[in-house]
Design a protein. Structure first.
Length: 463
């Protein structure tokens, strides 16, 4: 898999890591299962103590944790610190809420003869998490915190370009007091991933990544009769209604599309603006994008980071060229980005018609698809004309009406007067080609538990 940490701003290879050996994979599986047998009996208080320790360590060493993210995948330092804090908040959410969310549920049975029925939520066992590079810590935290809280143990296969982040998080959990075997990072190969999924001690797999990877892993999990959850791509609609506060909306649009260099599954990739304010919006948006400052992500003055790798940047540039060949109009915006580093010039794509396949692509970088809608109904139609269904947003001066419009948009999440965002206490997930299942809050906590019925029935037999 060529696990290597390469600074996308300088191109310097910082460190390389060998693939896991088959013996290491076997050892990890053995330890994960053996630890599960005791971890599932560990009290909620003890689980919470360890998760709180992890949150405290993240905050205590926030600068050091953040710098690894910036050096390894190019994230702005301020954004990296925000990711460290978000990860700490996710841990704390389950510290405070896991026991309550997993309490046995007494069922309101219709007939007393049915007995006293209770549903209990019990851990399943060893899980596999396959995670991407764009939020190296957060992606781990949002699966690890709930599943440890539920009593499961976890093996991690992280993206090949963030091996330091993966190793750092394993050390974090060890330092927090987590028993050996409860969480293990593996630099696994593709064949080893299939081996792990097929191991009878592994009870499920959670993947965040591309549609292609999701299809492969879901097929392997299905064949092995294991549950899977998938968080895949997105092309979030950013719907601007005629009564929107234009100045505020434009600022959110620039941020919503370009945070993390546009490498976010829920970034505002499709800007859909009603006709009567389209020209004013586009002029203001063009100006806002042009004010972004591309440069060293460690420099606090930088507001546009490089992409995670030169390969990623080259792929985005090729997709822009392909979209233009198919009829789209591309406008490069702002001062020229640095030649050195994995930068992509911010680009606005217009005239992306319904017969242009690029209309339905996900551009994972600073590329904005802008659509002119005839009216509100047309804006909703365009928003729903997508194979994806992850997040979205509606901008209007009438929040109540915005909520009504949000109900018409077919995605897993819709925000009014804010781009799609992530919080420790909000659910995350989508529909259609954006995947299935949910992460965070109680929904994520209960994705990999056995909802077991215990029914105490004390009546005479019928014969």
């Amino acid at each position: 898999m060529a696990y290597a940490s390469i600074n996308p701003y300088t191109g310097q290879t910082l460190q390389t890591f060998p693939d896991a050996t088959d013996a290491e994979v076997k050892e990890a599986l053995d330890n994960a299962h053996n630890t599960f047998l005791t971890w599932r009996e560990t009290s909620f208080a003890e689980r919470a103590r360890i998760l709180q320790n992890a949150a405290d360590l993240l905050r205590k060493n926030s600068d050091a944790f953040a710098k690894i993210l910036t050096l390894e995948m190019g994230k702005l330092l301020g954004e990296a610190k925000a990711e460290v804090e978000l990860s700490a908040k996710i841990f704390e959410y389950y510290v405070r809420n896991a026991e309550t969310l997993l309490k046995p549920e007494k069922l309101p049975v219709l007939d007393p003869a049915e007995g006293e029925a209770v549903v209990v939520h019990e851990p399943l066992g060893v899980l596999l998490a396959i995670e991407p590079w764009n939020f190296p810590y957060y992606q781990i935290a949002r699966i690890l915190a709930p599943q440890l809280s539920a009593g499961n143990t976890l093996l991690l296969k992280h993206a090949a370009n963030v091996p330091q982040s993966a190793a750092t998080f394993q050390k974090l959990m060890h330092d927090a007091g987590l028993p050996d075997g409860a969480f293990r990072n593996l630099y696994a190969t593709r064949s080893q991933i299939e081996t792990i999924i097929n191991d009878p001690r592994v009870q499920g797999v959670a993947l965040t990544g591309s549609e292609g990877a999701g299809a492969v892993v879901a097929a392997q999990a299905g064949k092995a009769l294991k549950k899977s959850t998938l968080e895949l791509g997105g092309a979030d609609a950013f719907v601007v209604l005629a009564d929107a506060d234009l100045a505020k909306t434009i600022k959110w649009a620039v941020f919503g599309r370009h945070w993390n260099a546009g490498q976010v599954c829920v970034s505002s990739k499709r800007l859909i603006v009603v006709d009567e304010i389209y020209d004013d919006f586009l002029a203001g948006y063009r100006k806002g994008v042009a004010e972004l400052v591309a440069g060293d992500p460690l420099d606090p003055k930088t507001t546009l980071a490089p992409l995670s790798s030169q390969t990623a940047a080259d792929e985005v540039k090729q997709k822009i060229r392909d979209a233009v060949k198919l009829g789209a109009k591309a406008e490069e915006v702002g001062p020229r980005v640095p030649v050195e580093g994995a930068f992509v010039q911010p680009t606005i794509l217009t005239n992306v018609t319904e017969d242009n396949p690029a209309r339905y692509w996900e551009f994972f970088g600073p590329v904005s698809l802008v659509f002119r809608a005839k009216d509100e109904d047309d804006a909703v139609r365009i928003a729903n004309d997508s194979p994806f269904g992850l997040g979205g947003s509606v901008f209007t001066s009438n929040p109540a009406h915005g909520a009504e419009v949000a109900k018409k948009i077919s995605t897993g999440m819709v925000f009014v007067n804010h781009p799609t965002k992530v919080e420790a206490d909000l659910p995350f997930g989508g529909i259609r080609r954006s995947g299935y299942g949910r992460e965070l809050i109680g929904l994520g906590l209960k994705e990999f538990v056995n909802h077991k019925l215990i029914d105490i029935v004390d009546i005479d037999a019928p014969f």
